[in-house]
Design a protein around this ligand. Structure first.
Ligand code: HEC
Length: 187
């Protein structure tokens, strides 16, 4: 059994395909990796800013719009390369996990977000970069225990996301990831 298991693991993660981190990435990947990390920083701070503001002004039901409308607008279109958010427990099934990112989710989904690294994955003509998104206190309003949500918020989420799997998260858990695919040559 143990041999079978390690064989399976070896197939899932061939040694040659071990991802890098931004620190261990070869020099040739540093520039595209930096573009991805800058874009992550930008998206995270803008989304957090907009979310915080919307939560204060209109409460979680209205703030849903920030996640629905603004997050996609702040992703691919804004940076000129594919960029997105995904998760092992999706709220919106359109936030599909890129194939190369699946092993990251498999490996870190059940670990505290602070243990999850940033990975750099060389791909054909481009580089994949993926970083953890931790469940912070603010996130719990819409991703925490549904029993703590108002009936209005619960029914809005049920209506908009009938297959929602993104509730029941706890502080510090990995809520999901942010990922990018940056071409080697500048566009
Ligand atoms: C006001 C409610 C609300 C808050 C607060 C909120 N989210 Fe979300 N979140 C949503 C909604 C709605 C979606 C679905 C967006 C869409 O349709 O793409 C979503 C989607 C996501 C996704 C994309 C993957 C998926 O499940 O579809 C991630 C990752 C995510 N949220 C992380 C976070 C994190 C991290 C925080 C805290 C910093 C947070 N969210 C706070 C409502 C919220």
């Amino acid at each position: 059994m143990r041999i079978l298991l390690s064989l399976l693991l070896a197939v899932a993660l061939p040694v040659g395909a071990q991802p890098y981190t931004p620190e261990t990435a070869p020099e040739s990947l540093k520039a595209p990796v930096k573009r991805a990390l800058d874009a992550f920083q930008d998206l995270k701070s803008r989304l957090l800013g907009r979310l915080g503001q919307a939560l204060q002004e209109g409460g979680p039901v209205l703030a849903i719009e920030v996640c629905r409308e603004e997050a996609p607008r702040l992703t691919t279109g804004a940076v000129g390369f594919p960029l997105g958010r995904t998760s092992h427990r999706l709220r919106n099934p359109d936030n599909v996990t890129p194939k190369w990112a699946q092993s990251y989710l498999d490996r870190f989904a059940s670990q505290p977000a602070e243990k999850a690294p940033t990975w750099v994955v060389p791909l054909e003509g481009r580089v994949g970069v993926i970083a953890p998104l931790a469940t912070q206190a603010l996130c719990l309003q819409c991703h925490g225990d549904p029993r703590a949500m108002s009936a209005e918020l619960r029914s809005s989420l049920e209506r908009l996301y009938p297959t929602d799997r993104a509730t029941g998260f706890e502080l510090g858990q990995l809520r999901g990831v942010i990922w990018a695919e940056v071409p080697f040559a500048s566009p």
